[in-house]
Design a binder for this molecule. Structure first.
Ligand code: CA
Length: 229
């Protein structure tokens, strides 16, 4: 599987620093000095999965490059490289379609961690996809055991996470409280069924738009619960 990353940075010392560190982390790095060159290299290498874009460049700037990439490619991960003085740039960069930003100067560890994270999310290969369950507006990451709603992290306990995973793996299926207890707490758990209701009530407060009128976790009267409709 290709681990290709594009680096667009006109300052050769910074570019060199990035290339050395990403290469060391196991990435194949494709370098470019200008936005025009970056777009060309992206066309030649459709398997590039993450692009790091400097903002201030001769010719078209990093935002314009970002916009042009996003016009045809929603899958690639984009990280903007910003200077400390560019607070507004961060905001604008994220709005034009970047996924993340790194502020210069950054450490090799910080840079690699950001690229790794985006590389996993932008992944198209089977192993990465198997680590995620996506059902709008939710994204469950089974590798990190995390949940996002509309791109925002929802903090869950381990039990709440297990309940979410069970629901998202069984959309539209009515699950009895006994089944839920077995699946989440395990067959040898000798607790009360009420623990299911308690946890689901708390989970609703975290994930529903209105917990009083839930639309994701629906009650099946006298039986249990159902995910979705
Ligand atoms: Ca620059």
């Amino acid at each position: 599987m290709a681990r290709k990353v594009l680096v667009l940075e006109d300052e050769s010392s910074i570019r060199g620093f990035i290339v050395i560190n990403l290469t060391r982390a196991g990435y194949e790095v494709i370098e470019s000095e200008t936005g025009e060159e970056a777009l060309e290299k992206l066309r030649d290498n459709p398997d590039i999965r993450v692009a790091l874009l400097d903002i201030m460049l001769p010719g078209i700037d990093g935002f314009e490059v970002c916009r042009r990439i996003r016009a045809t490619n929603t899958r690639i991960g984009i990280i903007m490289l910003t200077a400390r003085s560019q607070e507004m740039d961060k905001v604008t960069g994220l709005m034009t379609g970047a996924d993340d930003y790194v502020t210069k100067p950054f450490s090799p560890a910080e840079l690699t961690a950001r690229v790794d994270a985006l590389f996993r999310r932008a992944g198209g290969a089977a192993p990465e996809q198997a680590g995620e369950i996506s059902q709008e507006p939710f994204l469950l990451n089974t590798r990190n055991r995390t949940l996002e709603k509309n791109g925002q992290r929802v903090k869950l306990t381990q039990v709440e996470y297990s309940i979410m995973k069970m629901f998202m793996e069984n959309p539209g299926k009515a699950l009895s409280r006994e089944e839920i207890l077995d699946m989440v707490w395990g067959r040898d758990y000798f607790g009360e069924l009420k623990i299911v209701d308690v946890n689901i009530r708390r989970l609703r407060l975290k994930i529903e738009d209105n917990a009083q009128n839930p639309t994701f976790i629906n009650t099946v009267w006298g039986y249990g619960y159902k995910w979705g409709f």
